[in-house]
Design a protein around this ligand. Structure first.
Ligand code: HEC
Ligand code: HEC
Length: 84
């Protein structure tokens, strides 16, 4: 094997490792149910910021508190993707 082959193999392994470690897709998406259907529409028509205004009408209210380890709940749709 030439030095060049070895470099190519190492580069290939790095790419695979990065893709492997990359985005942690455990954050639940914006559900596609009757409650949230209209927000998918708003995201499509007017963007995420317009839709996010409504989230706190329910989430964070008494009885629907965020889990204690939930990150600062703003810009919901940055983390909770509206795409399936
Ligand atoms: C009318 C009340 C209401 C509004 C407004 C609302 N939600 Fe919800 N949401 C719920 C209820 C009830 C649940 C739990 C049952 C369910 O999944 O529908 C829930 C569940 C969720 C979940 C958890 C899904 C899971 O897999 O655990 C996420 C994420 C979520 N909502 C995000 C949002 C975001 C982002 C917005 C704003 C765009 C929003 N919700 C607006 C009522 C609401
Ligand atoms: C910085 C990223 C981030 C932002 C911003 C964010 N969330 Fe979350 N959210 C998460 C993560 C990560 C989880 C999973 C936490 C866990 O399972 O403990 C989660 C979980 C949830 C859940 C599910 C809770 C459950 O009991 O299962 C709901 C509902 C939710 N978020 C709603 C919202 C709403 C509404 C907003 C905006 C007001 C918001 N989130 C903003 C990252 C975020």
């Amino acid at each position: 094997m030439s030095k060049r082959d070895i470099i190519m193999i190492v580069l290939g392994l790095i790419v695979v490792a990065v893709l492997w470690a990359a985005p942690d897709e455990t954050t639940p998406h914006l559900p596609m149910d009757d409650t949230h259907k209209e927000f998918h529409q708003i995201v499509k028509q007017d963007g995420k910021k317009a839709a996010e205004k409504f989230c706190k009408d329910c989430h964070g209210q008494p009885g629907m508190e965020f889990p204690p380890d939930h990150p600062d709940p703003n810009r919901c749709l940055f983390c909770h993707k509206a795409t399936p």
